[in-house]
Design a protein. Structure first.
Length: 221
């Protein structure tokens, strides 16, 4: 009985771990590369039916900026990777799914990006799903519009929020300082006032006392 429980629990654990490790999310590619550096062109297509065996081959096409014709630059299939165009010779590495024909991540890595690499990249998944009695062929494609810049630029929103952060920090400090000076002055003034009042009170007390004394003296006369 206990053994059966243990078996079921361990089975559930393996299943959920498998699911976690095999989790696939179709994250969009970055679209801004820096000249002279490497860049990962992302392309992910998750298999909808994770329980069905599949194999996929991948083709990447490129349309240079300002041109209309696209051409093949890279393929990846059961025979491995092939670079198809001289412009990309020795500059492309596979960054996708490893050790499997069941490719879901077809990302490639561009080495030493140049301004001539700006343009539109498109990846095609040619996926064959193997059901018991038949095969089902699907084609999925994704597009990446790549811009090459001299230096990494930051989004305006991030710059604005950084400036706002400094403005608000300095503003708060100044406000705190003014408040402190104001309070200090107020306290000092109040102190003086209190002293003056105390002195007055003492003077009055003395005065009235002496008056009493005088009266007493007068009465005594
Ligand atoms: C992608 O490939 C490049 C070049 O081979 C390598 O430096 C980089 O670590 C790889 N990145 C991933 C996420 O595999
Ligand atoms: C990158 O390309 C530039 C110009 O094409 C070249 O001078 C440089 O040596 C290359 N760097 C690497 C790491 O390949
Ligand atoms: C970029 O393209 C232009 C025009 O085709 C060519 O003259 C230039 O040499 C290319 N630059 C690089 C770094 O490939």
């Amino acid at each position: 009985m206990a053994a059966a429980h243990l078996l079921i629990i361990s089975l559930l654990c393996t299943l959920s771990v498998d699911r976690c490790l095999g989790a696939c999310a179709e994250v969009d590619s970055d679209t801004e590369a820096v000249a002279g550096q490497g860049f990962k062109l992302g392309c992910i297509s998750c298999k909808r039916r994770s329980e069905v065996d599949a194999s996929a081959s991948v083709e990447w096409y490129f349309t240079p900026k300002g041109e209309s014709g696209s051409f093949a630059i890279y393929t990846y299939n059961e025979e491995g990777p092939t670079i198809q165009n001289d412009h990309f010779m020795d500059r492309v590495d596979w960054n996708g799914s490893k050790r499997s024909n069941d490719i879901q991540d077809a990302s490639i890595y561009l080495l030493n990006v140049t301004f001539n690499d700006s343009g539109t990249y498109q990846c095609f998944f040619n996926r064959i799903l193997s059901y018991e009695n038949y095969e089902y062929n699907t084609i999925v494609s994704k597009v990446v519009h790549l811009t090459v810049v001299a230096k990494a630029t930051r989004g305006t929103a991030s710059i604005v929020s950084e400036v706002m952060m400094y403005v608000s920090i300095i503003g708060l400090q100044v406000w705190l300082l003014i408040e402190m000076i104001y309070c200090y002055r107020k306290i000092a003034a109040a102190g003086e006032e209190a002293l003056r009042e105390a002195a007055n009170a003492e003077y009055l007390a003395i005065a009235s006392e002496s008056k009493d004394n005088c009266a007493g003296v007068q009465v005594g006369e």
